[in-house]
Write a protein that binds this ligand. Structure first.
Ligand SMILES: Cc1ncc(COP(=O)(O)O)c(C=O)c1O
Length: 393
């Protein structure tokens, strides 16, 4: 059989199991109200939690950054590509979100996928036992696989099970790895308890706060700040493509950890540095996030979250109890979930269906993602469409 036929068979199999994924093309910037595939829609699909992705100040910052520092970095960070914009951003990030450790330092990356793979592979290797939450993001899982550490997966958020696993482990080098906000459930990891265990067992605690940075904690400083944790064992990972409204990511930790990543993390060393224009825009976004506008957007988002929880509890499906902007509604089967998404789509609402392997089989769901750009009218429309779809389910 030709290798192309093998791929065709694989694709046909995905289609038969309602697992094919498709692009939808946004004709207008990411926002609560946008045009997708030529049709006006209310978008509940983005991770633009503060509604900053199309903020005019950030568009200006990208343009200004490109004029001052160039559109391209021209090289990897250690071979000519590290611009003043990257250096300034790293210092701002350490000051903004590094309050959990003395001597904080930050290192920026092009994406969160890369910062996660970088941190996990640089801090865990052969001879390390790495404890990973069962619902961790794919980038942490891939980092764990690449690291060649002995990987032990603990049941989701189950700190008693993790404690037993740590006690049974006699490897001196250990790391615990967790999402802060689980991307498909919206729930928050038990960070205080995880840190207690990490410190007691001499382990790193790597926290991926992709969905909390900018949204949780005072001034949006993130999940670790919200939990008021402090420890040199913490390695904090945050991304800029979600609430920050731009792109990129950072690792923030004790300066020695960051120096180690700079020397050893292959996804940092062997890639072109992200555009300095992007770094400049992230700096502008941090100023918005930390200020009065950020507070107002977080307050509106909190009110939208509460209203959505009430709406979802009244549907015939199973909502996950989530305190964050990610509000999942479990439908169950792939076909049923796709059919519901299509019914909402017909009513001008874009709510993505999340299916395996992103979530466990049998728990396919709608992932309703809220943004400070939404209005209560948008939620009324969502409620009406869900009621209508529930009646015809
Ligand atoms: C929990 C989590 N971590 C990391 C990432 C990767 O970040 P990025 O999109 O910047 O690569 C994502 C999503 O994209 C995520 O949901």
């Amino acid at each position: 059989m030709h290798p192309l036929d093998t791929l065709r068979e694989g694709l046909a199999d995905l289609e038969a199991r309602a697992l094919l994924r498709r692009h939808r093309v946004a004709d207008t910037p990411c926002a609560a109200h946008m045009t997708v595939d030529g049709r006006a829609t209310v978008g509940f699909a983005s991770n633009d939690y503060l509604g900053l992705a199309a903020h005019p100040l950030l568009a200006d910052a990208v343009a200004e950054g490109a004029r001052r520092f160039g559109s391209g970095s021209g090289g990897s960070h250690l071979l000519g590509g590290h611009s003043r914009a990257h250096a300034v951003l790293a210092d701002e990030l350490a000051a903004f979100a590094g309050g959990f450790v003395d001597a904080p330092r930050a290192l920026t990356f092009s994406t969160g996928y890369m910062s996660n793979v970088a941190a996990v592979t640089a801090l865990a290797g052969r001879g390390t036992t790495l404890f990973s939450d069962a619902l961790n993001h794919a980038s942490l899982i891939d980092g764990a696989r690449l690291s060649r550490a002995d990987v032990q997966v603990y049941p989701h958020a189950d700190t008693a099970a993790l404690e037993a696993m740590l006690e049974a482990c006699d490897t001196p080098a250990k790391a615990i790895v967790t999402d802060a906000v689980f991307s498909m459930d919206g729930s928050i990891a038990p960070l205080a308890r995880l840190l207690e265990l990490a410190e007691r067992h001499g382990a790193w605690l790597l926290v991926d706060d992709a969905h909390g940075f900018g949204v949780l904690g005072p001034q949006g400083r993130g999940a670790v700040a919200q939990a008021a944790l402090r420890s040199p064992n913490l390695v904090y990972l945050c991304t800029f493509g979600k609430a920050v409204g731009v792109a990129g990511a950072a690792a923030i930790a004790h300066e020695t950890v960051i120096e180690w990543l700079l020397q050893r993390a292959r996804p940092y060393i062997f890639t072109t540095a992200a555009s300095p224009a992007e770094a400049h825009a992230v700096s502008a976004s941090l100023a918005l996030i930390a200020g009065a506008e950020g507070d107002a957007r977080r307050a509106h988002l909190a009110a939208l979250i509460e209203r959505t929880r009430t709406i979802l509890r009244a549907t015939p499906w199973r909502p996950i109890d989530s305190p964050t902007a990610v509000q999942p509604l479990i439908i169950g089967g792939n076909e049923d979930t796709l059919a519901l998404t299509a019914r909402l789509d017909a009513q001008g609402l874009w709510v993505p269906a999340i299916r395996p392997p992103t979530v466990p089989a049998g728990t396919s769901r709608l992932r309703i993602s809220l943004s400070a750009g939404h209005s209560f009218d948008d939620l009324d429309r969502l409620q009406a469409a869900l009621v209508h779809s529930g009646d015809c389910a």
